[in-house]
Ligand binder design. Sequence first.
Ligand SMILES: *Cc1c(COP(=O)(O)O)cnc(C)c1O
Ligand SMILES: [Zn+2]
Length: 436
Amino acid sequence: MNEQSWLECIRGCGVKHAIDEVIYQCEQCGGLLDVEHDVDALKQRSAIEWKELFEQRAAVRSGPYASGVWAKKEWVCSQLPLEDIVTFYEGNTPLLNVPTLGKQIGLSDLWVKLCGNSHTGSFKDLGMTVLVSVVNHMIKLGSPIRAVACASTGDTSAALAAYAAAAGIPAIILLPHDKVSPEQLIQPLANGAKVLSLNTDFDGCMRVVQELTQDPSIYLANSMNSLRMEGQKTVGIEIVQQFGWQVPDWIILPAGNLGNVSALGKGLLLMFELGLIDHLPRIACAQAQNANPFYLAYKNGFKQYQPVVAQKSTASAIQIGAPVSYERAVKVMQRFDGVVEQVSEEDLANICALADRSGLYCCPQTGVALSAAQKLAVQSVIKPHERVVVISTANGLKFSQMKTAYHGYRLKDIQVKYGNAPIEIEASMEEVFRNL
Ligand SMILES: *Cc1c(COP(=O)(O)O)cnc(C)c1O
Ligand SMILES: [Zn+2]
């Protein structure tokens, strides 16, 4: 591949590597690498020309440009040959206005970005299409990669398994035993991945996969691999485009390993640099109180950072104590005047159920973000009239166990506010009427 994008240390050491090199960390300082783009080359198109191009692509119905990620190909991975792209037409997800829910939580202009309406049911598809496409390209060029591997809280593995299967590349999945939902476990199994269930938590799996991928023939698919960030960064760009190129006041998202917030910031900053927007939104990260290292660091102005041992949360996809992209995320928070809020298990469960009452079907992580939105509105950090987008990171259908337990009043230590259990009755019309 040529020099239009390359890998570079996030700490500014200045060492560059080609996109298709098997390397994840700076050799000088150990910092993570980011994909950098030749911004001057991108500036050869004006902001208006970029908008026109992206509007045209939004109408494309087949081929790689029908993907919301690859519609932004020049900003994502310009030099990748179109024929090497592995896509399930990810992205282009609905941005839904939810006025009823908004009113209930004190926000008059509330929107939900439904990233769970995607092939494997989470936003992880956005990044995985880029990573697997590049690996596909590398293998075609003769790279000795024999498998792609990841540690996962459930959704990364589902995405990796599907995209790898489509490309015919073997996938190795490391999951923390008993800490992902049954739906998330069955996805990679069905796609034929090698699934290893480790007797540890996500952070333990992450340590093992980093050792495993020291072997250059096993390619690391976690979000410390910056290729995934390039796909995930399109979500913010897409939101702004869906608002007719208007910037919302706030974007709120659940945060665990902190890859997604880093990606969100990266996409918005590129838009800003290329003149498509003239200011930035504010960003709020939402964490579960039971897994809150980023919240704790925020509270002391990011002066000190201490990983924690994540406690059990129904928001299992963000049950992470040692986020890999911490440094990237701090930079984004500083640039975007960001805030971090934490929420309790009870609040996240109840707000999921409240949101579902207006027709949504929220996963617990989305509940974390909605609950944070409500808390920030109560504190007047977010003003009632401000335009707020909550990123719904996964499809609620992946979390049936949690939702079933909630409506069956079986969620431990939680005061259920909006439960709705089935009523068991005899099969007669009288009984039905008696129970209406
Ligand atoms: C991965 C994931 C997150 C967290 O994203 P990070 O990049 O780890 O911060 C949130 N919600 C869901 C559903 C996820 O799968
Ligand atoms: Zn470095």
